[in-house]
Design a protein around this ligand. Sequence first.
Ligand code: PLP
Length: 393
Amino acid sequence: MNADAPIDLDHAATTRLCDAARAAMEPFLGDRYGNPSGSHRLARDAVRALDEARERIAVVVGCAPGELVFTSGGTEADNHAVSGGMPPRPGTPVCPATEHHAVLDPVVALGGAIVDVAPDGRIDLDRLAATLEGIDGRVGVVSVMLANNETGVVNDLDAVAEVVAAHEPEVPAVPLHTDAVQGAAWLDLTERAAAADLVSLSAHKLGGPKGVGALVVRGPADVRPLLLGGGQERGRRSGTPDVAGIVGFAAAMQSVAADRDDESARVAALRDRLAEGLSERIDDLHRTVPPDVETLPSSLHLCIGGVDAETLLFLLEAEGIYASAASSCSSGAQESSHVLAAMGVDPRLARGSLRLSLGRDTTPAHVDRVIEVLPLVVERVRRFSGTPAGSTT
Ligand code: PLP
């Protein structure tokens, strides 16, 4: 990367295709283009490639190869897990208010129950227990994300699984789903997602290609196919699989697993340096998640008083820095994110929200540049809008 290249601090949105994934995919974008549903040599080659990819990913996830169902990404995996397929599984789906819309929206569409979170962003276990207790009839699924895409807050799935198991000894047991789309790049899923019966993954968040993901379906979890048709994936997900994409997904998962501990420590140190540098130079800057709450090592979520995120991002981009805000623009109006709202963040402060997400290509020089530029940009926004620091708290 040259010195003038943009600095990407929006890795939670997506990541660059890693070298290992690109190299692994290359032959399948060329001569090895077979459809695994056929019976000739090209097709058998594709079947072998899929089998190998499945085995590699299964090792990293800590599941059996046969428990992996390849999907078109995290959104499909989440919709599949929450609905249970087609027709939807009976019972009420339950999730916390901070889930990604790929979980939240199907839960709402199916008339499910939403659980409040604690102000630090983690699911409130007492409220989960009370919500399960209050449901009339069966609970269909409990879906709790491993790590949040806006704040990086990590949930303790073992603790969630205990609450679900204690709810009532339902037969069959209530499945626990986790959206591990963000967590998979940084956390050891063999431990941190072991308690989940259903696990959603997405390749593009961890150095793989876009449009590829998987749903892990373990044990007795009741899941029917969501997509019906040619019966691929042993009847669990119809549609010709993206062989090149899946091979790239496996290579990316393996590479992430190979350097996870070292990279997590390196990136967490950079994140802490960034947080410290910005806190020293910007007044009225708030870390959205208290530092004693576990977040992904890559995540730094800030709320900055007296600025509006849209202007901040625009000026940051003009300085060659890409970031994102946890706010969305609807009909021209700034709306605070549902995640920050669920955490009870003051909506005026949430207007100045900034998600900085580091990645494997983030360097100390990137962090230093952001520490230099962001305070100046904040000053400019405040001067422009006539809003002094401290006026939003
Ligand atoms: N879940 C979470 C937590 C995410 O961050 C995302 C992507 O933004 C998704 C699901 C959707 O994944 P995909 O982009 O692969 O559909």
